[in-house]
Design a protein around this ligand. Structure first.
Ligand SMILES: Nc1ncnc2c1ncn2[C@@H]1O[C@H](COP(=O)(O)OP(=O)(O)OP(=O)(O)O)[C@@H](O)[C@H]1O
Length: 410
C-alpha cells in the first residue's frame, strides 16, 4: 500500500533590499528555481493521487459488480470438509452430499474452517461463510428472540393454556419447585389437533412469557429440505437452543419425522428414521430441569410412532380442539380488537354461524369483513360485512375454508 507523500515545505528566502541589483537578481532567481522545484513535486504528487483515485474507483466498481452478482445469483449451501493449502477446500453440498474440491474467494479465504457452513455459487466457489443466524435461516429455522403473542391473544382454549403453562412455563420460571417436590417436569409437550387452532400461538406465548428464544422448525423441512441432512439439522436445532438458553424448540408437523414405521425400506424412509432417531437421542440426553423446553405439534396424531410418546420424550399430550361456540365468540372478539367495528355487530350470532371454524378461519372471516367495509367505502365494519364475508367463505371450496374438515387427528 502506498503512503501519502509529504507536502514539500514552502520555499522561503529573505532577500535584503539593500543588496546590489545583480546580487538581488541572483537571489530572486534562486527563489524562483525553488518555487519551480516545489511546483514540480506537487504536480507529481497530484498525478500520483489521481492514479490512486482511478485505481480505487476501479476496485470499488469491481466490488460493486461482485456484490451485484452475489445478490442476483442463487447460491447453494455446503459444508466445508477440509481446508488445504492454496485456498483450496473440499466442500460437501447439501442436498446431494456430493463432495467437491473448490476454491475460496480471496475475500473470505482466511475465515474458512472445516465444519463451517458456506454459500457456494454455480461453479462451487465459496462466496460467503454463513454466520449462525443466516445459517439457521438457510436451514428454515425460525428464530424469534421474543415472539409478540401473549396468552390474552389466544381464545377458547383456556384449559390448554393452563396445561401448557404448567408443563412448559413453570419448569422454566420456577425450576426450584420441581426440585423441592422431587419430580422432573415433562420432557416434551405434544400439542395435537386440527390445523389453525392455536398450537403455534401457544408455544409462542410461553416463549414470550418466559423471555425464552423461540426456535421453530417444521418436521417436513427436516426431511424435505436437504435430503440426507435431517439428523444434522436436528443436531443444529438443539445446538442453536443451547446457545440461546432459555429457549423453546417448537417442532411443527412432527408427524413428518415420527410416522409409524413402514415396512418398506426405501431410502426416503431410512432418512426419516435417522432423523427421528437423532431427535430421540437429543431428547434422551436432555437435562430434565434445564432451560430448554421442547414442544411439538401435529394434526395427525393417528400417524405418530408411539416411540416418541414414551416417558422422557413427548410425555405430556395436550389436545387442542376446534373452538366451541363460546370459544369462537372469544376469538372473534380478539381478532376484531383493533378493528373499527360498529355497535350493530352481533358476535353471538356470528359464533352460532361459524360451527366447525378454526381460530385461523375466524381470523380470515374478520379480515374478509374488513375488506367488504373497504370495498363499500366505509371505515366502520358492520354486521352485514361479516355476513357477506361468511357467505364468501362458505362459497369458496368449503374444504379449504373450514380447514379442520376432513382432518383425522385422533
Ligand atoms: N385459539 C385461537 N385464538 C386466537 N387466534 C387463533 C386461535 N387459533 C388460531 N388462531 C389464529 O390463526 C392463526 C394460526 O394459528 P396457529 O398457527 O397457532 O395454528 P396451529 O394450530 O399451529 O396450526 P397448524 O396446525 O396449521 O400449524 C393464528 O396466527 C391466529 O391468528
Amino acid at each position: 500500500m502506498s503512503r501519502s507523500p509529504s507536502i514539500p515545505d514552502r520555499p522561503h528566502r529573505d532577500i535584503d533590499p539593500d543588496l546590489p541589483d545583480d546580487e538581488r537578481l541572483e537571489a530572486l532567481r534562486g527563489h524562483f528555481e525553488d518555487l519551480v522545484d516545489v511546483n514540480d513535486q506537487l504536480s507529481e504528487q497530484l498525478e500520483e493521487a489521481e492514479d490512486r483515485r482511478t485505481r480505487l474507483r476501479e476496485k470499488v466498481d469491481r466490488v460493486e459488480r461482485e456484490n451485484e452478482t452475489l445478490k442476483s445469483s442463487s447460491l447453494y449451501i455446503a459444508t466445508v470438509e477440509d481446508v488445504m493449502d492454496d485456498d483450496e477446500v473440499v466442500v460437501k453440498q447439501h442436498g446431494n452430499n456430493q463432495e467437491v474440491l473448490t476454491e475460496v474467494s480471496p475475500r473470505v479465504a482466511d475465515r474458512v474452517e472445516p465444519g463451517d457452513r458456506v454459500a457456494v455459487n454455480d461453479s462451487f466457489a465459496i462466496q460467503t461463510v454463513l454466520d449462525a443466524e443466516t445459517d439457521a435461516r438457510a436451514q428454515s429455522m425460525e428464530i424469534t428472540e421474543r415472539p409478540e403473542v401473549g396468552y390474552e391473544d389466544i381464545g377458547g382454549i383456556d384449559e390448554q393454556v393452563r396445561e401448557v403453562r404448567e408443563a412448559v412455563e413453570q419448569p422454566l420460571a420456577e425450576p426450584e419447585r420441581f426440585e423441592e417436590v422431587g419430580i422432573d417436569p415433562p420432557s416434551g409437550v405434544l400439542l395435537y389437533g386440527p390445523p389453525g387452532t392455536g398450537k403455534t400461538m401457544l408455544a409462542k406465548a410461553v416463549a414470550n412469557k418466559t423471555d425464552a428464544t423461540f426456535i421453530k422448525m417444521a418436521g417436513s423441512e427436516l426431511v424435505r429440505k436437504f435430503i440426507g441432512e435431517g439428523s444434522r439439522l436436528v443436531r443444529d436445532l438443539f445446538e442453536m437452543a443451547r446457545e440461546r438458553e432459555p429457549a423453546i424448540i417448537f417442532i411443527d408437523e412432527i408427524d413428518a419425522i415420527a410416522t409409524t414405521r413402514s415396512e418398506s425400506k426405501t431410502s426416503g424412509d431410512a432418512e426419516v428414521q435417522r432423523t427421528m432417531m437423532q431427535l430421540l437421542s437429543e431428547m434422551d440426553g436432555f437435562e430434565p430441569r434445564g432451560e430448554i423446553r421442547i414442544i411439538a405439534a401435529t394434526n395427525r396424531f393417528d400417524m405418530l410412532d408411539r416411540a416418541i410418546l414414551r416417558p422422557g420424550r413427548f410425555d405430556r399430550l395436550i389436545e387442542v380442539p376446534e373452538p366451541d361456540r363460546d370459544g369462537r365468540e372469544q376469538i372473534l372478539e380478539i381478532h376484531t380488537r383493533d378493528m373499527n367495528v360498529s355497535d350493530d355487530v352481533d358476535f353471538a350470532e356470528l359464533a352460532d354461524e361459524t360451527d366447525e371454524y378454526s381460530g385461523a378461519d375466524i381470523e380470515s372471516l374478520a379480515t374478509e369483513a374488513g375488506m367488504f367495509a373497504i370495498r363499500n367505502e366505509r371505515d366502520e365494519v358492520r354486521h352485514e360485512d361479516f355476513l357477506e364475508a361468511l357467505e364468501k367463505l362458505e362459497d369458496e371450496d368449503s374444504s379449504d375454508v373450514v380447514s379442520s374438515a376432513g382432518y383425522f387427528y385422533q
